[in-house]
Every structure is written in C-alpha cells, then in structure tokens.
Design a protein. Structure first.
Length: 434
C-alpha cells in the first residue's frame, strides 16, 4: 500500500530541508526522503549567497568579492535560478534558515557579506556563519594567532598565516603548530579529536591551552581548525578563552567538516520540530504518473520498489557531486524522473582548458520554468506537480560565484512553499492567521 503525503521532498541537503520546512509552514503534511548522508559533511558550513558574479562568457573572470549580494543579483546571467525566485525569494530562504538554526549562526544583522578566514589562508565572502567563526572575521582588526596541530594535514597554520599576511589583511597574523593534547593515529578524523575536547579526555582542554600559551605573545584572538568540540563546543571555547585570555574562533576546514555536520544536525532538528516525516537510507529509483502528474516516487527497499505518493513533489537531490545529476561518456541525465538536462553533444565541450575556468559542466542541471518546474527540450513543464531546488537546477556556476547554499535556500523555500500551497489550497499567510 502506498504511503501518501501532501508534499514529498526528495533529497536531504540544504535545499531539501528548506523545501520541507517551507511546505510544512503552509500546513501541509510533508515527508522528506533521502538515500545517503547529505554532502554537508564535505561543505564548509558557511551560507554563501553570492560572493562573485560570473558572466555567461566562458573566458570571463568572476568579478568580486561582492559586498552586498542583494544588489548584485541583477548582474547575474538570465538563466540563473535567482532570477526565478528574485531577491524576495532569497530573503525568504534566509528567513527559514535563521529560524531553523537560531543563535548557532551569525550574520542576520546585515545584508552585507562578512569576510571569513579559510583554512587555505584566504578570506571568503559569506552571508551566514557559525557563531564559533564570528570572532575571527577579517574585518576585526585584532592581532591574530592561527594554531594548527602536528600531523593534521588539513590545516597548515604557518602557511595560512603567511598567505593571509600577503593578501593585506588589516591585522597582524602569525601561525604556530602544536601537538594535540591527546595522542591519536595520524589518520584520526577531526571528529575524534573534537570528541576528546568534548569529554576533556586526559585533561585535554587545559593541556591545549598550555601548549598555545607558549605562542600567544600578545595576540588578541586565536583561530583553530573547526574541531573545538561538538556537543560541548561552547563550553570548550569558553574554557579556552578563559585560560588564554584571548578570543577563540574556529576556521572552516575540509571534509569531514565538523561545521557542516553541525549544520546538518540543526536542520534535521528543525525538521523534527516542524513535524516533517523523514525516511532515509534507501534510494529513490523511479516514479509513477497519472495524466501528466507524478503519482508516486518509487523507493528501493532491499530490492522491492515501495511507492511514496503525494500531491506535490520537490526534487532536491543535488548536482553532479550529490549525484542528483548523472553523466556518462555520451550524455548527462537526471536519474530519478528523467528530466531534460541540456548539454553540448561533444563531450570535449563540457569543460574548459583552464583548470579553474568556466567549465560548462558547472552549469549542468534541469532548466526550470517560472514556477521552478523542470522543463523538457521544448520548454514545457515535464510534470505539473514537480518542482526542483538546489544543485539539481542548472544555470549557475555556484562554485565560482560562491552561491551554492544561497541557491539551495532560495529555491528550496520557493519550491516548498508552492508545493505546500498547491497541496493544501492555502497560502502560508492564510495558514498562519487561521
């Protein structure tokens, strides 16, 4: 027997979570299904709206950094997803995000991007950032010490400090490498080190502060790779600040990204609170239709195809990295619904000679109509009750323009709200005032 909802969201990343939360606000009964863990464990945990503008011309260089992403939206190419949802759609996505994460993130006080230090020794424009990152913003002119750990290859504090200094940041910055106070194998994950600080294993917090104190030398703030605890992260930072007499902040790192994992937890806690049903661990493999509308999504459970039925559907499975868009040597496809993904016939035209150039594959994705419904080759909606959100949408080079999370939030909020309204016959405003 089919499981039926008002709205079914396929995909468990930022776009899927936002779509589910937006749909739930309309009073719709919502289910989110996802196969594997989201790509947030590979993400920085930062919420980038727009850090640079990338033109359609493949030879053009990104123009940036963008100070105010809202003012720069009208400079984007016409096919960009932001041009479907508009500035108000972006603000709506941020509203849902801010409500989901609460005081765990900063940046909501302004429309302007903040400049966050990265583990590579650069600064990155971003709109929302974890509160543990906030004391390390590049706009704060305080003498800064970056601390790395011996054996941890993800972050070279000395190299990062030298790179930052060369970029001309308005503060003195130095780097130091210390031994982590608890001995682990060289290939130990950062999550294991974070747990050691959570539990204060072997008096780890005091010993770490003592090791750093030898290098402090008047520095007003100290940046560590983002691994200063997990469940007890605020307590860990507070104790280190007290022992060092300096502000302590975290620097986003590569996978497994603790900041990304924390964000995933925050979003799924918000989904639980909103009453969204969640089914994970099994892949969506197909669909059933009835008269041009999707009737159900088929989920593979140990070889059996189980139908999940709904009135409205949101596709939020990600792009090429998240496997929401697939490719072989001949073609590029959307694997669940078979939606049209335009691409050059010649595979050699999918990329650009320069390693960091404007690769065509970076913009691959389904093409939405003005209601975010994926369209076929003739420009008609593939299905009347399917909308797409996030990385599965084409038209944006989100890596170069630093907009991936923003596109996910804005399109997720729009797609989820429209799906919920269509399923329930009510707008979110009407539901809120009943």
């Amino acid at each position: 027997m089919a499981i039926r909802e008002d709205v079914l969201v396929v995909g468990g990343g930022i776009a899927g979570a936002t779509a589910a939360l937006a749909a739930a606000e309309t009073g719709a009964q919502v289910r989110l299904i996802s196969h594997k863990k989201s790509t947030l464990r590979q993400a920085s945990g930062l919420i980038d709206l727009l850090g640079a503008v990338v033109e359609d011309d493949p030879a053009s260089e990104p123009s940036g950094p963008v100070a105010d992403p809202f003012e720069a939206v009208d400079r984007l190419p016409g096919a960009h997803p932001y041009n479907v949802v508009g500035v108000e759609g972006i603000r709506e996505g941020l509203r849902i995000f801010d409500g989901a994460v609460g005081d765990a993130y900063a940046g909501a006080h302004t429309d302007r991007n903040a400049l966050v230090l990265t583990h590579g020794g650069t600064v990155k424009p971003t709109a929302r950032y974890p509160e543990s990152v906030a004391p390390g913003l590049a706009s704060v002119e305080e003498k800064t010490l970056l601390v790395g750990f011996a054996g941890l290859t993800d972050f070279d504090a000395t190299a990062a400090a030298a790179h930052l200094d060369a970029t001309g940041v308005p503060f003195d910055v130095d780097g130091a490498t210390v031994s982590f106070p608890v001995e682990f194998r060289d290939d130990a994950l950062t999550t294991r080190l974070a747990k050691a600080l959570d539990t204060d294993e072997s008096n780890a917090r005091e010993r770490l502060a003592e090791a750093v104190d030898d290098h402090l030398d008047g520095h007003e703030r100290v940046g560590f790779p983002a691994m200063l605890g997990d469940d007890e992260r605020r307590e860990v930072r507070a104790e280190l600040e007290d022992r060092l007499g300096a502000a302590v902040f975290e620097i986003p790192t590569g996978p497994p990204s603790l900041l990304g994992l924390r964000l995933e937890d925050l979003l799924f806690d918000a989904l639980d609170e909103a009453g969204v049903r969640i089914a994970s661990g099994n892949p969506a493999v197909g669909y059933e239709t009835d008269g041009g509308r999707i009737e159900s999504v088929l989920v593979d459970r140990r070889g059996s195809e189980v139908p999940y039925s709904a009135d409205e559907f949101v596709l939020a499975t990600g792009g090429l990295v998240g496997k929401g868009i697939d490719s072989d040597r001949e073609s590029v496809t959307e694997p669940i619904f078979g939606c049209h993904v335009p691409h050059p016939e010649d595979r050699y035209d999918w990329s650009y000679p320069e390693a960091f150039g404007a690769h065509a594959f970076a913009r691959f994705g389904v093409v939405p109509d003005d209601d975010l419904r994926p369209t076929d080759a003739s420009g008609e909606a593939e299905f009347a009750n399917l909308r797409a959100a996030g990385g599965v949408l084409g038209g944006a080079d989100t890596a170069r323009e630093k907009s991936a999370a923003g596109v996910s939030l804005a399109t997720g909020a729009y797609a989820g709200r429209r799906a919920g309204e269509n399923a329930t016959g009510e707008t979110a405003v009407e539901e809120a005032t009943r």
